[in-house]
Design a protein around this ligand. Structure first.
Ligand code: G6P
Length: 604
């Protein structure tokens, strides 16, 4: 949801800013822009559309200067257009600002500024920040920024450039991500670490509302009381090519193939002979009365699989909520509950709000998060990292399956604490979890041609229905989301037994149904629902580990490997990710950057 980058040093800023924006484009891609200071004035160039439109605009006329800021946008306030793109100038063009987040009181501030003679060039909330800075400017940048900060409400990561500040720019964040990269005689800001990894591995993460002054020789950070603070430097161990496609046609395909390795990293040292060790997390399953899981999108679907697993093995009542609902529904949460917030990015606004609501209600909060030191990770009482590495494709793949792996570990740990799982069952599942990476790697290779073949056959479909029961229904939810978000085929997931209560009226000759029948305990029941749609003319792709049991009722099959039944959602996910990928490829979709979406959604 908008990516920002900034640079100051000895090199021309524009190419470095464009390069960083290229690695941040997954956060938003409807327009982009840069502002570069040449020591006398600030030059802004921006363009509606993908980054290459900006590159075209600056080719041959790159703004000169060694200090600048850049932005790639996912529109919230105001349509995608040149005017609404960032950076935004102040009235007299002395300031330029890039922003990720939402200024909630921007209408009031617009009125405040209009009354004082300001006029606006865009429909954005961000322009308010640039105008306020000009309004308060008194020659002292720190004072000016603090006055502006005291006036705005909402969330922000900001990069600020002023014409009098030769080689220096400013940054500040609240509820939106921002890292400061430390180089040799050059320094950076970015919305995430991979954006500037080719230049540095040393980072500072500013705390809420701290102001950072960034020059080529150093970075100074001031806290809310305007005192200088010493910041801890972290060294990233991510590989520099983590944000490169590595020969794959798309990031999504690369990330599908990275799943075995990512799951291995998530589980390998956490299953020990003495039980499941969840890092330094101190949880006692015996003391938890109820679990709430709150998340958005695919993370919610992972939570739905987790609910079945935890209830089955740890016998703790587990409720799963969309984070956007949880935050407003006045849930009955107390200090005997555990709230689990699941988020790949660790910055989703609704998930963060759900976390804060759970804490307000005195629940302990455990976050299952991928991005290290992200806001959700920092605010939770405990964090279990999924260790998937940077995920660039907007449609999550390894982010989701590593969440499943983390939830299996959590469920097993709670089950052991509560002594609700027989030793043999515990041993069976842990050993299957340990073998997951190897089995998944072989499976992805094996199912890839089948997924390509099925995509070639069914890509013209207008609608697709994914059905399953229990955890297969949760897997169906994720399968449907993958297909619709990248191929734009209308896709719905239904609990297989529920389809007949209305939606079956949509089934007609050649309707595409993906019937997931992996759970042996529910296979027969799902099979009877597959028969119901088939008898009404549907074309059925069966997803199962027992082809003989269902093949007579299916037109096509995707065969899952033999594993512990609780783990089949991981394999179903991989099969359906590949199916969605090849369908989208056949339909000519922009797979890594589907229309209207952004990877992390930092607005409500
Ligand atoms: C967006 C993404 C989804 C993701 C959801 C939650 O909608 O497009 O892929 O599942 O946000 O994101 P999170 O980072 O909190 O897991």
């Amino acid at each position: 949801m908008c990516g920002i980058v900034g640079y100051t040093g000895k090199r021309p800023a524009a190419p470095i800013l464009i390069d960083g924006l290229g690695r941040l484009e997954y956060r938003g891609y409807d327009s982009s822009g840069i502002a570069v200071s040449d020591g006398k004035k600030v030059n802004v160039i921006k363009a509606k559309g993908r980054l290459f439109e900006l590159e075209k605009r600056i080719s041959g006329a790159s703004p000169e200067g060694f200090c600048g800021i850049g932005h790639t946008r996912w529109a919230t306030h105001g349509k995608p257009s040149d005017e609404n793109s960032h950076p935004h100038y102040s009235r007299d063009k002395s300031f330029a600002v890039v922003h990720n987040g939402i200024i909630e009181n921007y209408l009031d501030l617009r009125e405040f500024l209009t009354e004082r003679g300001f006029t606006f060039r865009s429909e954005t909330d961000t322009e308010i920040v640039a105008m306020l800075l000009e309004y308060y400017y008194n020659g002292n940048m720190l004072e000016t920024i603090i006055k502006m900060r005291n006036k705005i409400k909402g969330s922000y990561a900001l990069g600020i450039l002023h014409e009098n500040e030769n080689g220096v720019f400013y940054a500040m964040r609240k509820d939106s991500p921002l890292v400061i990269g430390l180089g040799e005689n050059e320094n950076f800001i970015a919305s995430d670490i991979p954006a500037v990894l080719p230049y540095t591995r040393r980072f500072i993460i500013p705390d809420e509302q701290e102001v950072a002054v960034i020059s080529p020789d150093g970075v100074t950070v001031y806290n809310r009381n305007r005192e200088q603070v010493n910041k801890q430097i972290t060294v990233s161990d991510l590989s520099a090519d983590a944000a490169e496609k590595d020969g794959f046609a798309h990031f999504m395909l690369k990330e599908i193939y990275e799943q075995p390795g990512a799951i291995k990293k998530t589980v390998h040292d956490r299953i020990t002979p003495d039980g499941i060790k969840l890092d330094r997390i101190k949880l006692d399953g015996k003391k938890i009365r109820k679990i709430f899981i709150a998340a958005c999108g695919s993370a919610y679907h992972a939570g739905a699989v987790g609910k079945y697993f935890i209830e089955k093995y740890a016998r703790i009542e587990t409720e799963i909520d969309l984070a956007s609902e949880f935050r407003y529904r006045d849930p009955i949460v107390g200090d005997d509950c555990l709230t689990v917030i699941i988020s790949q990015s660790g910055e989703t606004a609704d998930s963060l709000a759900a976390l804060r609501e759970a804490k307000r209600l005195k629940s302990r909060v455990l976050a299952i998060v991928n991005v290290v030191d992200s806001i959700i990770a920092r605010e939770a009482d405990d964090v279990l990292y999924t260790r998937a590495g940077p995920e660039i494709a907007v449609a999550t793949t390894k982010g989701y399956t590593t969440q499943l792996a983390a939830l299996y570990l959590l469920g097993l740990k709670l089950a052991r604490d509560r002594e609700t799982i027989p030793q043999s069952e515990y041993d069976g599942i842990t050993s299957a979890v340990e073998k997951l990476p190897e089995l998944l790697s072989a499976f992805i290779d094996e199912v890839n041609p089948a997924a390509q073949y099925l995509a070639g056959k069914y890509y013209p479909a207008n609608d697709a229905y994914f059905i399953g029961r229990g955890a297969d229904w949760s897997a169906a939810l994720e399968g449907a989301l993958k297909l619709k978000e990248i191929s734009y085929i209308h896709a719905e997931a239904y609990a297989a037994g529920e389809l007949k209560h209305g939606t079956i009226s949509l089934i007609e000759k050649n309707s595409l149904v993906i019937g997931i029948a992996a759970d042996p305990a529910l296979r027969e029941k799902t099979l009877s629902n597959i028969k119901e749609v088939r008898s009404r003319g549907a074309a059925v792709i069966g997803v199962t580990d027992s082809p003989d049991a269902i093949k007579a009722e299916c037109d096509e099959l995707m065969v899952l490997p033999a594993t512990h039944p609780a783990l089949t959602p991981v394999f179903t996910a991989a099969a359906l990710q590949l199916f969605a990928y090849y369908v989208a490829a056949a339909r000519g979709g922009d797979i890594d950057k589907p229309r209207n979406l952004a990877k992390s959604v930092t607005v409500e």
